[in-house]
Design a binder for this molecule. Structure first.
Ligand SMILES: O=C(O)CCC(=O)C(=O)O
Ligand SMILES: [Fe+2]
Length: 343
């Protein structure tokens, strides 16, 4: 596919297409089938985070979740349900502001951060039915505050507090993941470095007249180490692929969905899987989600932990560095970056 510079092809947001009453542009039509009539993944494990440090059973359940689905629903994660609702409310409020207001945070030049629509990197790439606000939230000195909304007024403060809470949760979960594989403490965490990054992606999926032909987000696995997703309270939209079958991911209003990302698959030498997932659209209802991608310092070298490599399970991945940077190029072509680093 011929590559284009992201800045040369900024298009109308999906919301603008709808407001203008435009015909659905062909570029949004997905080439493959989109099955909306798939089973509910009702057995994705619900993990009690508060018990992970003391309960061997809960650790086993975590291990089983990450080897089978590559994700779990985290409950008792230490974040109040009312605070989660506040984060959802501010996110919806932002996307409902007039376009002139949202454009104050618009992506500039060939930056990936800011408010905008799907990135156009290739001429024939199909587009996602998704407007988003993408912000680096950690480390603090990487904040590009000109992209951070001042409206709604409490947006910045709430995002800051939410990030701090997720950071604690991430650490707790990484420790539990190490333990669940009988690894020494720090086997994963020490690889992240002081400059470990977190990016927040506020996803807004307006209703779409052709949900059987248009995707909210193309199939992908996340390039992070783990992604913590605050799903819409009640609108289903996320599907996950397991053994070549798509499933709906249930919504549990007070839970956070934790997805393993490619870095975790690499560090665990393929024991934990970074699941392929996609977002579909809904003809009646809009949907919001907030995905926070937690990744190691991009300058750190990441590779399979030695203890997980042996004759029976030879090393499966090369050493990677700056992995997230190449991510979008693969994503927009419908390819998986992890396939490029497989041995
Ligand atoms: O909308 C969702 O629930 C998932 C979003 C997602 O997969 C992503 O932003 O990478
Ligand atoms: Fe994702």
């Amino acid at each position: 596919m011929a590559q284009v510079s992201p800045s040369s092809a900024l298009c109308k947001t999906v919301q603008q297409l709808i407001e203008n009453g435009d015909e659905l542009p062909d570029r949004y039509i997905w080439s493959g089938p989109i099955d909306l009539n798939v089973p509910l993944a009702s057995d994705i494990p619900v993990i009690d985070v508060a018990h992970l440090s003391s309960s061997a059973t809960e650790l086993l359940r975590l291990r089983s979740a990450l080897t089978s689905w590559g994700c779990f629903q985290a409950v008792k994660h230490g974040i109040d349900a009312s605070f989660l609702d506040e984060v959802r409310r501010l996110s919806t409020e932002f996307f409902h502001l007039p376009i002139t207001e949202k454009q104050k945070c618009a992506r500039q030049g060939d930056d990936y951060e800011g408010y905008g629509t799907d990135l156009v990197l290739f001429n024939n790439q199909s587009l996602d039915w998704n407007d988003r606000l993408y912000l680096q939230v950690a480390p603090d000195h990487h904040h590009k505050l000109h992209y951070w909304p001042l409206n709604p007024q409490s947006f910045r403060k709430v995002l800051h507090d939410y990030t701090a809470k997720l950071r604690q949760l991430e650490e707790q979960l990484l420790k539990a993941m190490e333990k669940s594989l009988s690894l020494a403490e720090g086997s994963f965490l020490s690889k992240f470095g002081d400059e470990q990054s977190m990016f927040a992606r506020f996803n807004y999926y307006p209703p779409c007249s052709k949900p059987d032909q248009v995707l909210g987000l193309k199939p992908h696995a996340d390039g992070s180490a783990m992604t913590i997703v605050l799903q819409d309270r009640d609108v289903l939209g996320l599907q996950i692929l397991k053994d070549s079958q798509w499933y709906w991911v249930p919504t549990l209003p007070d839970a956070l969905l934790v997805n393993a990302g490619d870095h975790l698959e690499i560090m665990s030498n393929g024991i934990y899987r970074s699941p392929v997932h996609r977002a579909v659209t809904n003809s009646e209802r809009e949907r919001n989600s907030l995905a926070v991608f937690c990744s190691p310092d991009p300058e750190k070298e990441i590779e399979p932990v030695e203890e997980l490599v042996d004759e029976e399970r030879p090393r499966m991945f090369k050493t990677v560095r700056n992995y997230v940077q190449t991510y979008f190029h693969y994503y927009q072509q419908g390819k998986r970056p992890i396939d490029a680093v497989r041995i």
